[in-house]
Design a protein around this ligand. Structure first.
Ligand code: C2E
Ligand code: CA
Ligand code: CA
Ligand code: CA
Length: 274
């Protein structure tokens, strides 16, 4: 047993060494990817249920790896956050998304709001507000066409600072959304304090909406409460017509999900607009 223990320990040590080596390699590759233009944005449409029009698109980052092909954000955003690479990566995403939305606007394709995910690290960076102002100026995108998505847990981390930053961002004319709403702990009591425009109901509630009376009740409650606070409601992860019908019947403002389209390349996104 003793020698088995020794082997086990050795095994774990090696695993640990291998995994930190892997993550170091991944970090270097990701840095290179950013420099060499291997990161790109996909866009997923949001449909306004009141007028049946595509009014917004969420920008979602992808890594087109020369050997491994397309890599999703879940595989590298956590590492980017841990290493601080999320700051230049987030700046790239913001600039790219605004430039794209501006081109679509200039081509007369649509007055689409473009929505960009922010990491907590970006929110806490002192210069976020001036970065956003600068990118809007550079690209010429009207501030009303930019939306920034933040998660609840990010805001709760340092509430007063988050509220201040949100106020300054909204003063620029951009709109704000709380992403993954309902997955945190203090949603209801804090919601009224955050100067935001949209709540995005987390897709975990939508997934079982048709099977689970509880999830349906939670969704109705979120919609009612958000509307009382004069916020708009977006449901994400909408995959079925039944889910869409329920959301429409209960006054949800916008939906996003595979039912409409997965996130796609800009060229394919344009096809949905024309
Ligand atoms: P998120 O912001 O909650 O984005 C929605 C995720 O749900 C996306 O995954 C999208 O592809 C997926 N999705 C869309 N419709 C459906 C559906 O009908 N059913 C299901 N099951 N899923 C659907 P994706 O693109 O893999 O992104 C994962 C997460 O990575 C995002 O979650 C976001 O937290 C993060 N992320 C993506 N791009 C960025 C970025 O540019 N910056 C930062 N900080 N985070 C990003
Ligand atoms: Ca999001
Ligand atoms: Ca989300
Ligand atoms: Ca079409």
């Amino acid at each position: 047993a003793k020698h088995l223990g020794g082997n086990t320990l050795q095994f774990f040590t090696e695993r640990l060494r291998a995994s930190s080596l892997e993550s170091l390699q991944l970090e270097n590759q990701l840095r290179k990817a950013l420099d060499e233009g291997q990161l790109e944005l996909f866009y997923q449409p949001r449909l306004c249920l009141a007028n049946d029009r595509l009014e917004a698109a969420e920008a979602l980052v992808r890594w087109r790896h020369p050997q491994q092909g397309l890599i999703g954000p879940a595989q590298f955003i956590p590492l980017a956050e841990a290493t601080g690479l999320i700051i230049p990566l987030g700046e790239f995403v913001l600039r790219q998304a605004c430039a794209q939305a501006r081109r679509w606007q200039q081509q007369g394709l649509a007055e689409l709001r473009i929505s960009v995910n922010l990491s907590v690290k970006q929110l806490r960076q002192g210069n976020l507000v001036s970065l956003v102002r600068q990118v809007l100026e550079e690209t010429g995108l009207p501030p009303g066409l930019l939306e920034l998505e933040l998660t609840e847990s990010q805001m709760l981390d340092d509430i007063e600072n988050a509220i201040d930053t949100c106020r300054l961002l909204r003063a620029l004319g951009v709109s704000l959304a709380i992403d993954d709403f309902g997955t945190g702990y203090s949603s209801l009591s804090y919601l009224k304090r955050f100067p935001v425009d949209y709540v995005k109901i987390d897709k975990s509630f939508i997934a079982e909406l048709e099977q689970s009376g509880e999830d349906a009740a939670i969704i109705r409650a979120i919609i009612a409460m958000a509307h009382n606070l004069e916020l708009k409601v977006v449901a994400e992860g909408v995959e079925t017509q039944g889910q869409m019908d329920f959301l429409k019947a209960h006054g949800c403002d916008e939906i996003q999900g595979y039912l409409l389209s997965p996130p796609v390349e800009p060229e394919r996104f344009v096809e949905m607009l024309t």
